[in-house]
Design a protein around this ligand. Structure first.
Ligand code: OXD
Ligand code: MN
Length: 603
């Protein structure tokens, strides 16, 4: 440890002086460390060991019922300049936020152990990797970081050799000793009602207080790989995105790499592990949530998954929706807020058609099918190493990443957005990303007002002004040869008919859409011109084996100019909130869509 860069040691000392832990442990990422922490967590009651035969080496954690999800309202971008955070982020002055946080962190680890966790986002020796050190007083966070990132002392060597790093400070905010030296009783899930997830983009720092849960506490994920990552990417000429990454092999044996951005809870993990229903196709997983994308020396965009595990939503995961995920979590998994069966295994809503007769639910209560409470919390999760995935691509941790062939944007849209469309150009594709929106609830037919705008699926994750982020996407495209750029598409698996039924079967049948995407990449099929982009000719979409009517297919690819004009007008209002920062090229792209729609309506 002695040769560790003084900046890390100095920071650890400074934090220890402020937070006053009983002891400091430097983590090395070893399995001995992991096993010792798991044993300790069992003893303190934070996790329960599941039945070794049914779910080997797996555990169940139950959180405090108030600490179950990301807290967007308590998430702050603390840039020196408010305009740099933009209208879609909560902003706070960095000085004021530090003063507030220092008060909260003062003594926040009294009676606890402070863990120093060096981690790499991306393969440690990759040029695309970035390093961080998380200080936390939560052993649950340490074991989760082991699964989700590459925790290793080798990261400290990289820092010592001069690599930049992100200091990421976390405390559950529940000291065990008061200032009067009174000993307090610990709970199985310590946390604090007051929560702050604060990012300092000008100094690449993260301070997180009060929550032990997922994206609030595993600071390599949303905080570093997306919010701070997007700021670094903007400065350094790459892209940090909320995207899955897959390798798709066609029946002809040709491999394509596809990135896809969807808002949270729109099926990214399912698509990342898709079990294709069309013969001859193979989908292999590289990542299910985050991708870092950078131009290589030949001007081609290459992508890595900076994570090392999956933190997936459990409810809804079944043999039908994601059989590969069920294999992935068959062992060596930490479950959080799912239900416990009488046999010592896990269960959640949607896992099986028949509900178990009795469970202990996520709140620790007895549960039967007649119960008024959920068995699993809707945001219950599994945390598991990527290497447990049976369809993991051999390239998933390739240090140079994989060359990207296509980028897809998708949301949950009952109406309007067709099953698939191809953008006319990179800039038009950027407009697809900027217009991305998803229904928070099942919106009534024809009402587009209840949409949550989620540009690039990055609304909660962009660490700077979203308009500057769009400009950055435009700049990356403009700096590369058009012929080497991936094609950009938009998809919608969620369109419904007038009776409120899904028109498209989704899941493994989404391969039929990817088949069309590949045919477009290969220039094998013509597409129909439409005001919003290139649409498939129905005869080019493989529907053999599907029970779907011709009229449903027509509805799936229909573009209604009047509805789209409403969509454009709502987008104009949204774009206006960015004032003069809005890229002129993006307004121009939107204006062109509008004029094509008006022309289309007139003829
Ligand atoms: C996630 C999210 O946990 O997007 O991945 O909320
Ligand atoms: Mn996500």
């Amino acid at each position: 440890m002695l040769k560790t860069n003084m900046s890390v040691i100095g920071w650890v000392q400074e934090v220890a002086l402020l937070t006053k832990p009983d002891r400091i442990i430097w983590c090395d990422g070893s399995s001995a460390e992991m096993n010792a922490l798991l044993d300790q967590l069992v003893q303190t009651g934070t996790i329960t060991k599941l039945d070794e035969k049914l779910r080997p080496n797996s555990y169940l954690a139950r959180t405090n019922p108030t600490d179950v999800a990301r807290v967007e309202s308590r998430t702050f971008i603390c840039s020196a300049n408010e305009a740099d955070a933009g209208p879609t982020n909560n902003w706070s002055d960095p000085g004021e936020m530090k003063t507030k946080l220092k008060r909260l962190f003062d003594g926040s680890m009294r009676g606890r152990t402070m863990y120093v966790v060096p981690f790499s986002m991306g393969p440690i020796d990759s040029k695309l990797a970035r390093y961080g050190v998380e200080i936390t007083d939560s052993p649950y966070v340490v074991v989760s970081m082991h699964r989700m990132t590459r925790v290793s002392s080798a990261v400290l060597d990289k820092i010592t050799a001069g690599a930049n790093w992100v200091p990421a400070l976390h405390s559950v905010g529940a000291p065990l000793v008061t200032t009067s030296e009174k000993q307090l009783q610990d709970t199985s899930w310590p946390c604090n009602d007051e929560k702050y997830i604060a990012h300092f983009p000008d100094t690449s720092e993260i301070w997180s207080f009060g929550s032990g849960y997922g994206g609030n506490a595993l600071l390599g994920k949303k905080c570093m790989a997306l919010r701070i990552g997007s700021v670094l990417a903007n400065k350094e000429g790459w892209l940090a995105e909320h995207m899955l990454l897959i390798a798709l092999t066609s029946p002809l044996g040709k491999k394509y790499h596809i990135l896809a951005a969807f808002p949270s809870a729109c099926g990214k993990t399912n698509m990342a592990m898709m079990n294709p229903t069309l013969a001859g196709w193979k989908v292999e997983t590289l990542g299910d949530d985050i991708a870092w994308i950078a131009p290589d020396s030949s001007g081609k965009l290459r992508a890595i998954n900076p994570e090392a595990g999956f933190f997936g939503v459990a409810p809804g995961t079944s043999v039908k929706t994601n059989a590969h995920a069920l294999h992935t979590i068959a062992a060596n998994t930490i479950f959080t807020n799912v239900a416990l069966t009488d046999e010592g295994d896990v269960w959640w809503e949607g896992m099986t058609k028949t509900k178990p007769e009795h469970l202990i639910n996520w709140l620790g209560h007895d549960w039967t099918p007649d119960s008024n409470e959920d068995a699993a919390h809707p945001n219950a999760r599994f945390t598991v190493d990527a290497t447990e995935c049976p369809v993991l691509s051999n390239d998933w941790d390739h240090p140079e990443g994989v060359a990207v062939d296509a980028i897809i944007f998708g949301g949950r849209r009952t109406t309007n957005v067709p099953l698939v469309a191809e953008s006319r150009s990179w800039a038009h594709g950027v407009l697809y990303g900027a217009m991305l929106s998803s229904e928070q609830t099942a919106a009534a037919e024809g009402t587009v007002g209840s949409l949550r705008r989620d540009p690039f699926a990055m609304l909660p994750f962009c660490g700077y002004n979203m308009a500057d982020y769009w400009q950055h996407w435009l700049d990356v495209g403009a700096s590369l040869k058009a012929s080497s750029l991936p094609k950009i598409f938009q998809v919608n698996w969620f369109k419904k008919d007038s009776a409120g039924e899904f028109l498209w079967p989704g899941f493994g049948d989404n391969i039929r859409v990817l088949d069309w995407v590949v045919n477009r990449l290969e220039d094998k099929v013509q597409a129909a011109d439409s005001p919003i982009g290139w649409l498939p000719e129905l005869y080019d979409l493989q529907t053999k084996g599907l029970e779907i009517t011709e009229s449903a297919m027509q509805e799936l690819v229909a573009v209604d100019p009047n509805r789209w004009l409403t969509e454009v007008s709502l987008t104009e209002d949204f774009f206006e909130t960015f004032g003069t920062k809005l890229p002129a090229q993006l307004s121009q792209e939107l204006a062109e869509v509008k004029s094509r729609l008006e022309h289309n309506r007139a003829v």
